[in-house]
Design a binder for this molecule. Structure first.
Ligand SMILES: C[S@@+](CC[C@H](N)C(=O)[O-])C[C@H]1O[C@@H](n2cnc3c(N)ncnc32)[C@H](O)[C@@H]1O
Length: 234
């Protein structure tokens, strides 16, 4: 849409891909035509970018991945309260971004398998490369580009970790978070846990209470809450 094509967008295309021109606007949309200049790419890109993380881990961050320049403050807080003393065999990092939540959980629980899910292919690729870069066992990591957990089997996860998005494209709201929680409820085995981080004002606890019949406040600070809900045995 023309309103999203700014001069800065065009100069970015010029800088990273090559000479760029645009069509006239029609039905509020414009086309951008870029002639690829191989001398510009990819050596000029700062991506993928390697970041140092807590617990001596590193992440590999492709362009456009969430918090690709620096660890997000909500994620950092979540990492301090990632899991309790239980053993979790099958971990899902839902909305994985660069994969730091699942990587940390899996490295704390040797022998567990971790499934990384994101709607962004660049995020899934970042998580895959992060897993490899930390020398985690290859066959214990699964990387899936998917809309939330749509199509995942019931009764297949012990722990779902989630730092949900509060906007998708231009739309701001908790609709994706709500879908993530509902689908996590579906894929967890009885006794399995959904653990999330969110801004305090988002009231995720209300939704968890509706779905799971309860929740536990794991930790909170002035900005964030970490909540946990367990799927009751039938
Ligand atoms: C707040 S970021 C969290 C990233 C990472 N887990 C972290 O804590 O740094 C939310 C992630 O959810 C992903 N996401 C958004 N909508 C999604 C959907 N419908 N299905 C799966 N992932 C989605 C985004 O691409 C983004 O990587």
């Amino acid at each position: 849409m023309a309103k999203y094509i700014h001069t800065s967008t065009l100069s970015l295309l010029e800088k990273t891909l090559g000479p760029t021109r645009t069509s006239l606007a029609r039905k509020k949309a414009r086309l951008a035509f870029v002639t690829f200049d191989p001398s510009l790419s990819p050596a000029n890109s700062v991506f993928p970018k390697t970041l140092s993380m807590p617990s001596n881990l590193i992440t590999i961050n492709h362009a456009n991945v969430f918090s690709r320049e620096k660890l997000d403050i909500g994620t950092r807080f979540f990492l301090e309260h990632l899991m309790g003393d239980r053993h979790y065999g099958k971990i899902v990092d839902l909305g994985c971004g660069n994969g730091i939540l699942g990587l940390t959980a899996a490295s704390q629980h040797p022998g567990s398998t971790a499934t990384f899910v994101d709607e962004s292919y660049m995020a899934v690729q970042s998580a895959r490369e992060s897993w490899k870069a930390n020398q985690l066992q290859e066959d214990k990591g699964r990387f899936i580009a998917n809309d939330c957990l749509t199509g995942f089997p019931a009764n297949s996860a012990d722990l779902v970790l989630c730092n949900p998005p509060f906007h998708q494209g231009e739309t701001i709201g908790d609709h994706i978070a709500r879908r993530m929680f509902k689908q996590a409820h579906h894929v967890l085995r009885p006794g399995g846990e959904l653990r999330i981080v969110g801004n305090r004002h988002l009231n995720y606890h209300t939704r968890l209470k509706q779905l799971f019949g309860g929740y536990r406040l794991v930790a909170s600070d002035s900005k964030f809450v970490i909540l946990s809900s367990t799927l009751k045995s039938q």
